[in-house]
Write a protein that binds this ligand. Structure first.
Ligand SMILES: Cc1cc2nc3c(=O)[nH]c(=O)nc-3n(C[C@H](O)[C@H](O)[C@H](O)COP(=O)(O)OP(=O)(O)OC[C@H]3O[C@@H](n4cnc5c(N)ncnc54)[C@H](O)[C@@H]3O)c2cc1C
Length: 390
């Protein structure tokens, strides 16, 4: 159990903070998790929660693949309980202009063990006859991809951390505390707390906390939306897809629904606390139009509900991870809309980084904050022209 001075304080109980806490607790570290609202109340519960490993860099593919194969698929044994992982198969659809990038990125994925293959439109139609393959030149097919329940995932990780001795408190952190250039804990709205390490996993809300110890985070909040549509009984399921030709993604959701997110409904915000959680009036119709083009059985299907969520965008679309600033401070933020599916593996890496001084994958050091000072931003050889959350 956590004593008066925990070794680690995790700020933020989204999927990332919960995963870090779970892995720290597994290592026997006394861990206290703080969240101003409660577990899974920020971006995580609003996530599309797609689980796939198609990425423009080998590192991202590797982290996503490890999360899928060592966590989402084995949740009961690895974490306990359920995370709602549903294997639907996943396909990334590309047109003529995206075919070369797709080939390259499938090759990258295979190089780190991802089960993925290139399929043409006819083969794709054979895999999922509900798809209209118009405009698709090539697809990357991952038979083991799918989606999970984002709230169950984060809450499950936190519960598992608690069963290993970690503690959770609903408290807003107002500042990071330091003593002689070392982290000393946090200041909260209900008083100070001592801690030997602090892990900042509060998404876009981390920016003012980091600024308080002199760190400028190049993280901007952005608002994105998803909509849920009814799926008729005649279409029990379909592939989880990212459609780069039409600019949207879709996946089945529980209870005969299909969830849709789009590339174009993305807006930068000044303040992550000032945003409308309801989707824009025009959003459901735009999302329905894209969905109906690709899955004709869902054309004109009734709209159920929608939601908006906040992303923590960085200039290269990659997270900010690792130690920074006063000794004992670690950053785990800046996910730029793709943090859900990688959180299990990343949590394990951060716990190792904190406990042993290094992550297992040395390449993760490229994600440290200093890359923005040195200009070493991380880009794959073939990046999507516009990044969307999925
Ligand atoms: C609409 C949408 C669709 C997405 N789709 C996908 C997808 O398909 N696949 C994928 O991999 N990713 C997706 N993402 C991104 C993914 O959901 C996020 O990257 C991930 O959930 C981030 O988790 P987190 O723990 O870093 O942040 P959060 O879940 O935002 O957690 C941060 C926590 O910090 C807390 N907090 C804030 N300030 C303070 C404070 N001062 N003191 C204490 N606590 C504080 C908040 O209450 C919050 O609970 C999507 C995101 C959105 C919004």
């Amino acid at each position: 159990m956590v004593g008066a001075t925990p070794e680690a304080i995790v700020v933020g109980a989204g999927v990332v903070g919960a995963s870090v806490a779970f892995h720290l607790a597994e290592r026997g570290m006394e861990t206290l998790v703080l969240d101003r609202e409660g577990p899974a109340t920020g971006s995580t519960p609003r996530s599309g929660a797609l689980v796939r490993a198609h990425y423009p860099t080998a590192l991202e593919a590797d982290l996503a693949w490890e999360s899928l194969t060592n966590y989402f698929e084995l949740w009961g044994e690895r974490v306990g309980g359920g995370c709602g992982f549903t294997r639907t198969g996943f396909a990334y659809l590309a047109g003529e202009d995206g075919a070369e990038a797709l080939r390259h990125n499938v090759f990258l994925g295979k190089s780190v063990g991802v089960e993925t293959e290139l399929v043409g439109p006819e083969e794709l139609k054979g895999i999922d006859p509900s798809l209209d393959t118009d405009g698709v030149t090539l697809a990357a097919y991952e038979p083991r991809g799918g989606y999970a329940d984002p709230t169950a995932t984060a809450v499950g990780l936190l519960d598992a951390a608690r069963s290993l001795g970690a503690r959770f408190e609903k408290r807003r952190v107002t500042a990071l505390r330091t003593r002689k250039e070392k982290v000393a804990g946090v200041e909260t709205e209900s008083g100070p707390l001592d801690g030997r390490s602090v892990i900042l996993a509060a998404g876009a809300w981390s920016v003012p906390l980091a600024a308080g110890v002199g760190l400028e985070l190049p993280v901007e909040p952005a608002r994105v939306q998803v909509a849920l549509f009814e799926r008729p009984y005649s279409l029990p399921t379909h592939l989880t897809i990212i459609d780069s030709t039409l600019g949207f993604y879709a996946r089945p959701a529980a209870e005969r629904a299909t969830l849709v997110g789009t590339r174009d409904h993305f807006s930068h915000l000044e303040d992550p606390d000032e945003w409308n959680p309801e989707p824009d009036r025009s959003f459901p119709e735009a999302a329905a139009g894209l969905l109906g083009k690709r899955i004709p059985a869902l054309r004109r299907t009734p709209y159920c509900s929608g939601r908006a969520g906040i992303l923590d965008m960085t200039p290269d679309g990659r997270p900010v991870l690792g130690p920074e600033g006063p000794e004992g401070l670690y950053l785990a933020l800046g996910w730029s809309g793709t943090g859900f599916k990688k959180a299990p593996a990343v949590g394990a890496e951060l716990a190792r980084w904190i406990c042993e001084g290094n992550p297992r994958r040395a390449e993760l050091k490229a994600y440290e904050l200093k890359r923005f000072r040195t200009g070493d931003l991380v880009f794959g050889e073939y990046e999507p022209s516009v990044r969307t959350p999925h």
